[in-house]
Ligand binder design. Structure first.
Ligand SMILES: NC(=O)c1ccc[n+]([C@@H]2O[C@H](COP(=O)([O-])OP(=O)(O)OC[C@H]3O[C@@H](n4cnc5c(N)ncnc54)[C@H](OP(=O)(O)O)[C@@H]3O)[C@@H](O)[C@H]2O)c1
Length: 178
């Protein structure tokens, strides 16, 4: 089971319509919980199968200007990691997978000039992310696509203080907002 559907809103938290953020909780968190709980019971009985929950690089620290989205993605990260430990003895693999920028329709609507198929050091294609997620399943509770993204997370979570990590994220995402 792959829980991939998600919505997020970019902007100043206080100015984003509350109902849009509540619906992000419904899709990103509530639906993930309901689907995971429903399917993991049959998986445990069968002693096989796998669960992939899509998280995000924004889950590793509070991320200003996508505050609600990053909080929902932290939920996916924690749920996937916890279930990896709980379920492996039942033969079920669980994984929280955290892409960074990925050239999907939603990113193209928010990044002016980005065309389908464009990629770079810091921009993956959806098929690369999908392949990386499936290859990581069963290896650990959480993973990121590629060496650079993995190093980025190591640096953010093991080298920087959370305060500094939040500040950097805020400066990057917040261009044009603050
Ligand atoms: N793209 C990135 O840069 C990036 C970075 C980090 C993490 N991620 C994560 O990767 C995953 C995929 O993101 P994406 O960029 O591919 O997003 P996307 O282009 O916006 O696609 C989102 C998908 O979710 C579906 N969806 C949205 N609301 C739904 C609902 N209420 N019920 C059922 N399906 C719904 C959409 O279906 P329809 O097409 O039918 O609307 C669409 O297929 C998400 O979990 C996202 O948080 C993406």
């Amino acid at each position: 089971m792959i829980s991939n559907a998600a919505v997020g809103h970019v902007g100043r938290f206080a100015e984003i319509e509350l109902s849009r953020m509540v619906s992000a909780i419904d899709i990103n968190v509530r639906a993930t919980l309901l689907l995971t709980h429903h399917f993991c019971q049959g998986m445990i009985r069968r002693h096989r199968c796998g669960i992939v929950l899509f998280s995000s690089s924004s889950a590793y620290q509070g991320t200003p200007f996508v505050a609600n989205y990053s909080a929902t993605k932290a939920y996916n990260l924690c749920l996937g990691e916890a279930l990896w430990f709980e379920l492996f003895k039942h033969g079920v693999d669980a994984l929280a997978f955290a892409p960074g920028a990925t050239n999907t329709p939603s990113l193209r609507t928010s990044k002016h000039g980005l065309k389908e198929g464009d990629k770079g050091l810091n921009m993956h294609l959806p098929e690369e992310v999908a392949l990386a997620a499936l290859s990581s399943l069963g290896r650990s509770g959480s993973a990121r696509p590629g060496v650079l993204a993995t190093l980025e997370t190591f640096f953010i979570s093991k080298v920087l203080s959370r305060k500094v990590a939040v500040r950097i994220a805020g400066r990057i995402i917040g261009k044009g907002f603050s």
